[in-house]
Write a protein that binds this ligand. Structure first.
Ligand code: GLU
Length: 325
């Protein structure tokens, strides 16, 4: 079926989804990283950027929260830019683990393979792949430059979060050395883990994540800056990864109930990608038992339902500018 949705219908659906999700309770801030446990749990924002660059923001959309695992997406893209999607498939993989984000068991089960750059093991492996090899400062520049290009504005390191994570990341240290044992770390081990920890500690806003989602939805062309950030062939590859493991062990439930591929982080952010149409992002700190923001999930699902959108519907949807404000 072919459908046309107006920009004002989209704006209204986003506003209603925000208002209706505002008072949803439940969940708890991540408590295994001390900084995250202390973030105001009442913060909540919903942002949307269409592939024509139009953006809508409701609530705390300028608040900089820890990007956490949403950072796995831009660094996977960077690894694909530098090493091709086939190279990332060969060195890391593109398979869902069905297990928690920090699972050591998943590494053993997958025959020594980190599975996908969107779980901790694969993300640390991806950081180790980033060029130039052996140069931590330049690798970090590349990682942050790429995020800046995807969002159209820069992230800012939250020093306190970085220190908090570094002091408590024992499980990730175990993952890194286990991967080293299997020859799946392609640079110095502690440096690769440190880059991963630092990228998780970047402060980002939901408005920025919506632009990143829109850039992925728009075949690598940032609709706000007009810059082609990556080759269009990477868009379906990264969206496949987001769709298959973006919510860890709850990914199937999420995709089944929401109809949109999305990536979560324990900082409370969720970034969704609707290919050819828009990027959407929501932020609220309280998480469910798998580490996914309760309110952000609710808001994005409501938005999708209000417009009857689903990536698997088979509908071709055109956004018309009638009613544009
Ligand atoms: N920095 C967190 C960790 O490695 C990220 C986890 C997440 O957001 O899912 O534990």
């Amino acid at each position: 079926m072919h459908r046309t949705i107006t920009i004002s219908q989209i704006r209204q659906a986003a506003q209603e989804a925000y208002e209706e999700s505002k008072n949803i309770s439940g969940g708890a801030n991540a408590n295994y990283i001390p900084y995250l446990a202390n973030v105001d749990s009442g913060l909540f924002g919903l942002s949307l950027t269409l592939v024509d660059g139009t953006s809508f923001n409701f609530g705390d959309t300028a608040y900089r929260f820890g990007i956490e695992s949403v950072s796995k997406v831009p660094t996977a893209i960077l690894a694909m830019i530098q090493h091709t999607p086939q190279g990332v498939l060969r060195e890391i993989g593109a398979d869902a683990t069905g297990l928690p984000f920090n699972s050591i068991f998943a590494i053993l089960l997958e025959n020594d393979h980190p599975s996908t750059p969107l779980v901790n093991a694969g993300a640390i492996s991806a950081c180790s792949m980033i060029a130039p090899q052996g140069d931590a400062a330049e690798k970090w520049n590349e990682i942050t430059r790429n995020i800046t290009e995807l969002c159209g504005s820069s992230p800012v390191l939250i020093e306190e979060l970085y220190e908090s994570e570094t002091a408590t990341n024992f499980n990730n240290r175990a993952i890194s050395w286990l991967l080293k044992n299997y020859n799946r770390i392609y640079d110095e081990v502690d440096m690769s883990l440190d880059l991963y920890t630092r990228q998780c500690s970047l402060g980002i806003t939901s408005a920025q994540l919506a632009v990143m989602g829109a850039t992925i939805a728009n075949h690598g062309l940032n609709p706000v800056t007009g810059k082609q950030v990556f080759d269009p062939e990477i868009s379906p590859k990264i969206t496949t990864m987001i769709a298959s493991v973006g919510f860890y062990q709850h990914t199937g439930d999420w995709l089944y109930t929401s109809g949109i591929p999305a990536k979560t982080g324990v900082g409370g952010g969720v970034m969704g990608v609707m290919p050819g149409l828009f990027g959407i992002a929501a932020f609220a700190p309280p998480l469910d038992d798998a580490g996914n923001s309760v309110k952000a999930q609710a808001a994005i699902k409501k938005f999708m339902q209000k417009l009857d959108l689903n990536i698997f519907s088979g509908d071709t949807v055109t956004i018309s500018s009638d009613g544009k404000e």
